[in-house]
Design a protein around this ligand. Structure first.
Ligand SMILES: C[S@@+](CC[C@H](N)C(=O)[O-])C[C@H]1O[C@@H](n2cnc3c(N)ncnc32)[C@H](O)[C@@H]1O
Length: 255
């Protein structure tokens, strides 16, 4: 908690002092996507999808392959609580939709489906989303949601991230969203394994970069990774770019 508060204050100060963005790429991204206030019709669909599970009391068994939960003490979780504590909130889901839309993303890889809130938001842009979830009951629930909402561009796979990544060859993704197993070393390993699934314009999104000291250290290391050029710290999430047109630089944006 203290770690998050300290870093939130630091983030506010950095985004204030470093607000003159000299990269045209990041400047335009900020203006036309991250701060875009247009009301997209897809936001209605995002709201409906969330509402469809808001009062769902189904209990799902959780296999914890991640760094554990700060909220739950048992491995049984109610769907409505998963929505509240383990899923993208409305604002984040809308931003994920905008990012896919802005970059005209065709193929997404999501590590960490949960009940499919972000998967749904990203596929609303027209992107094909391959999404990975390690908990069988959670994956089954998400899959039933995708079917109910006729999401024919979603491929939902039940697997541990490591196992899935081990067997991937010959395919690349335009956007890779790492949102699960909030452990620093594991995050770095997933990023490195995903590099072989990327191209120079792939966008990496890392969730919860201030979740723990360990996650923040991993984020700081990845910003200095030899393959990473621009990194954008939005506090809740971090964006990493591999674009060779740009020298390595860190940006801080407070939304
Ligand atoms: C924070 S939730 C994902 C939220 C979702 N991306 C969204 O934005 O709505 C993380 C999910 O990743 C799954 N997970 C965590 N570590 C995993 C691992 N190593 N392999 C497979 N699944 C994992 C958890 O079961 C959990 O459902």
């Amino acid at each position: 908690m203290l770690h998050q508060l300290k870093n939130y204050i630091k983030h506010c100060l950095k985004s204030f002092h470093l607000h003159g963005i000299h990269s045209p790429f990041v400047f335009t991204l900020e203006k036309k996507c991250l701060r875009d206030k247009t009301y997209y019709e897809q936001y209605d669909a995002i709201r409906c999808f969330r509402e469809s599970v808001k009062n769902n009391n189904t209990i799902l068994h959780i296999e914890d392959y991640g760094a554990g939960s700060k909220v739950f003490k048992t491995d049984e979780r109610c769907v409505s609580d998963i929505l509240k504590y383990n899923s993208s909130d409305k604002k984040s889901a809308e931003m994920l939709f905008r990012l896919c839309n802005y970059f005209n993303v065709k193929k997404v890889l999501e590590l960490g489906t949960s009940i499919g809130i972000a998967t749904h938001a990203m596929t609303l842009s027209g992107a094909h989303v391959t999404t990975i979830e390690g908990s069988p009951e959670v994956q089954k629930f998400a899959q039933s949601q995708f079917k109910k909402f006729n999401l024919d561009k979603v491929q939902s796979i039940c697997s541990k991230f490591k196992e899935f990544l081990k067997h991937q060859i010959g395919t690349t993704y335009d956007l890779i969203y790492i949102d699960g197993h909030h452990d620093g070393m594991a995050t770095i390993n997933y990023f490195n394994a995903c590099l072989k699934l990327s191209h120079k314009d792939t966008i990496f999104i890392l969730d919860d970069i201030y979740w723990s000291r360990d996650m923040t250290d991993a984020w700081n290391q990845l910003c200095q990774h030899a393959n990473v050029t621009a990194s954008i710290d939005l506090y809740d999430v971090g964006l990493l770019f591999l674009r060779t047109e740009q020298l390595q630089e860190r940006f801080y944006i407070k939304l």
